[in-house]
Design a protein around this ligand. Structure first.
Ligand code: GLC
Length: 744
């Protein structure tokens, strides 16, 4: 090629390169063009989220004046379209509003509370549930939900453990990502997709004493190792928004934390989504003692990178003055508004701001109810089954249904159920009558009409009925109001007279199946001892009844496993499986009642346990039985010695040696035996669910890259350290035969 030609080709490619370089991402160009037209007031208006009040002149005026970026808790589709029409057609720039709602575990069709969904260990099922919720909510005009709540929590006193995905970082990460995928789908601009929200950022689950909104002290290493990974996982999965948490963390309220909201979220994770405060959490920084007044709160929140103010009125009242007097730069406002506009563009709100009202969406459609039933079935954990009393067989001719949760449609829906209607909830009593009433005679007596009730008369009537039956089904637990936000309990035993009722039922000599429906783990050691079989369900939702009925009669087989430890007593809290070993791990345990009176100080072992509780929980993380029995073969490793760039392939054959086809959640744990920072005695690294026919076997294979063995160090780096590791393929966090391998 001649020299001239070479120059020509070079110039040609150079021009192409330059022209490509100048063409911005169309979304970013749309944002910049719109931002350039906006007044400071209009920018601040986008940062203002108000609670829905229907169609009032104040709300209409605020929208018309461009003072509202988002409205939460408005769910009437006609109202939403009317308000949207004012924004799009009557405000100066016609920027659409984003309508939001807490769609936490279903909109109309209610799925198990998130803690129950975590108990399924089935991300595909959880994604499906979120997709159903998105379809139902978006049909009402809701395009943004404040879920998933991915606060790792190890304290069942905290009411919001109900909304969480449990105590484990890895399980919460996997299930949180599944929810985001379900809510957002593959195309956020689809009318049936809704923006998800990673909350509460961050460390809320560590609220001291399990008391809601309480202070948290979390060393950065623990923050990075335990609480942040689920948020990073959903950030990488494309979650559209984040929400600040209410708590102060190490002395700084999350809504004012530059470390959380800028250093971690923006600088380290390169997150470009939108960050909303929690309800009034900016204004509450005054009460925290972090801000002098609302103006100071606005300044500290925007400086920390909080883009939108939920019902706090800090931004709408003070940001303009703060810019005018030079306290903050307008550029910091622009950054927030860009994040808000980007969300609205990604949702397709500029092209399609309105919701189609022509087709009334069929909430509770059969496919949705079926999905909710499957989720409920897989969420239930079999904790005990003496003499294989379950499933109920043909020898059972009469059953007595008793207890406060036996026919409590609103309570079985659980907390954070704003729009699910209890009229559609099918209770255990209703389901047993409908689906099994032709097979067995069903007697019913509440005994106690709600979980906190004290009523001896009712108990006597229940006992009288129980004497006439072959088996007692005792539906115990908590009303929905006893868990959720601001619903922490210092005593997490069965409320009211339920234990007394169970003792009276026990005197009948009849077999007792206790089915617990609650928003948290409960200290039920005594009640488990009084029962022949125990099923545990974290408020299973609309289809709780049909799910439990099928499980009781064996049409379905329990497969749920605990996503959170169940303590013997609340004094053990915090108690969780991935604890450290300590210098004196529990051994030679002498329980308090075994101590001879008058013994000397040196007569007992000096190791780490409680005299009155020992060292183990009532039921460990990952625990759950089946109607069948699974036998685990030897765990085989691809190599006993691996290098830092290797991948370990782990296999194990599992055999169903019982008589029921069933699913087993197989868990992979590791332990790093020695580290420059001591490591937990177990860490969940993989899990999988296999369904195996009776007398059949299945080989399960896990792939574990060595990079997954890295852990955080004080220099803010994740590093791998060579040495010996143990590995378990197990049915729960306390079982299994460990195998060792060595990392060079
Ligand atoms: C509440 C909760 C938060 C919820 C928000 C909107 O106070 O903390 O999880 O999304 O306000 O209802």
């Amino acid at each position: 090629m001649s020299r001239l030609k070479k120059i020509f080709v070079f110039l040609l490619f150079g021009c192409i390169f330059l022209s490509c370089k100048e063409v911005k991402d169309p979304t970013e160009k749309q944002i910049d063009d719109l931002l350039a037209k906006m007044t400071l007031e209009e920018k601040i208006g986008q940062m203002n989220q108000l609670n829905g009040t229907g169609i009032t002149s104040d709300m209409e005026d605020a929208i018309r004046n461009g003072e509202v970026g988002s409205i939460l808790n408005e769910v009437d589709v006609k109202t939403i379209n009317k308000l949207q029409k004012i924004a799009v057609e009557e405000s100066r720039l016609g920027i659409p509003i984003i309508f939001a709602r807490d769609v936490i575990h279903g909109y109309k069709t209610i799925f198990p509370i998130p803690l129950g969904q975590a108990a399924t260990w089935n991300p595909i099922l959880v994604e499906k549930g979120a997709q159903v919720a998105a379809q139902e909510a978006s049909s009402s005009g809701i395009r943004w939900t404040f879920a998933p709540m991915i606060d790792v929590c190890r304290d069942p006193r905290w009411g919001r453990i109900a909304e969480s995905l449990g105590e484990d970082t890895y399980l919460a990460s996997v299930m949180g990502v599944a929810m985001v995928k379900g809510f957002q789908g593959d195309d956020l601009s689809s009318p049936s997709a809704i923006a998800a929200c990673a909350k509460h950022f961050a460390g809320y689950g560590a609220s001291e004493a399990g008391k809601d909104y309480n202070t948290t002290w979390i060393p950065e290493l623990q923050l990075r190792e335990v609480f942040l990974p689920p948020f990073q996982a959903v950030s990488e999965a494309g979650v559209a928004t984040f929400m600040c948490s209410f708590n102060d963390i190490n002395g700084i309220p999350a809504s004012g934390s530059q470390f959380l909201n800028r250093t971690i979220l923006r600088d380290e994770w390169k997150y470009d989504g939108m960050l909303v405060s929690d309800w009034g959490s900016i204004e509450q920084m005054i009460s925290h003692g972090f801000c002098t007044d609302l103006s100071d709160a606005a300044q500290k929140a925007i400086s920390a990178g909080v883009d939108m103010d939920m019902e706090g009125y800090a931004y709408i009242k003070h940001l303009e003055e703060l810019v005018r007097n030079g306290t903050i730069k307008e550029s910091i406002i622009d950054d927030a508004v860009k994040n808000i506009l980007r969300l609205k563009i990604r949702l397709g709100l500029f092209e399609s701001p309105y919701t189609d009202e022509s087709v009334a969406y069929d909430f509770y459609r059969e496919s949705s109810l079926q999905a909710a039933k499957e989720a409920a079935i897989e969420s239930v954990i079999l904790l005990k089954n003496e003499r294989e009393i379950l499933p109920l067989d043909d020898n059972i001719k009469t059953i007595t249904v008793v207890g406060p949760l036996s026919d409590a449609p609103a309570d079985q829906l659980g907390t954070w159920c704003f729009d699910g209607e209890s009229e559609y909830a099918v209770t255990p009593l209703a389901a047993l009558r409908k689906y099994y009433g032709n097979r067995v005679k069903i007697l019913f007596e509440y005994g106690l009409e709600y979980s906190r009730e004290y009523n001896d008369e009712g108990i006597k009537k229940a006992v009288a009925k129980a004497c006439q039956s072959d088996v007692i089904l005792f539906f115990a637990g908590e009303e929905a109001i006893l868990s959720g936000e601001a619903r922490s309990r210092a005593d997490i035993s069965l409320p009211g007279q339920q234990t007394e009722m169970l003792k009276e039922l026990k005197k009948t000599g009849k077999p007792i199946v206790m089915i617990v429906m609650a928003g948290r783990p409960l200290t039920i050691e005594k009640e488990v001892a009084l029962s022949d079989a125990v099923l545990y369900a974290f408020h299973p939702g609309t289809m709780a009844g049909p799910a439990l009925a099928d499980l009781l009669f064996g049409k379905a087989v329990p497969s749920g496993k605990l996503p959170v430890t169940i303590p013997k007593m609340v004094g053990q809290v915090p108690i969780y499986y991935s604890h450290k070993n300590t210098g004196r791990p529990a051994s030679d345990i002498t329980m308090i009642d075994d101590i001879e009176p008058g013994v000397k100080q040196t007569s007992l072992g000096f190791t780490s346990y409680h005299l009155d509780a020992g060292d183990s929980p009532l039921f460990p993380f990952g625990y759950g039985l089946s109607y069948t029995t699974f036998k685990y073969g030897r765990t085989e490793l691809s190599s006993k010695t691996i290098g830092v760039n290797d991948e370990l392939v782990i296999t194990c054959e599992i055999k169903n040696v019982g008589k029921y086809a069933a699913s087993e959640i197989v868990q992979l744990y590791i332990r790093d035996m020695v580290g420059s920072l001591i490591r937990p005695v177990k860490e969940l690294k993989r899990f999988g669910k296999v369904t195996i026919e009776p007398n059949q076997s299945k080989k399960i294979t896990f792939h574990l890259p060595v990079s997954d063995l890295a852990f955080w160090h004080n220099d803010k780096e994740k590093k791998i350290e060579p040495g010996e590791f143990m590995l378990w393929i197990a049915p729960n966090s306390q079982s299994g035969e460990g195998v060792s391998f060595n990392l060079k």
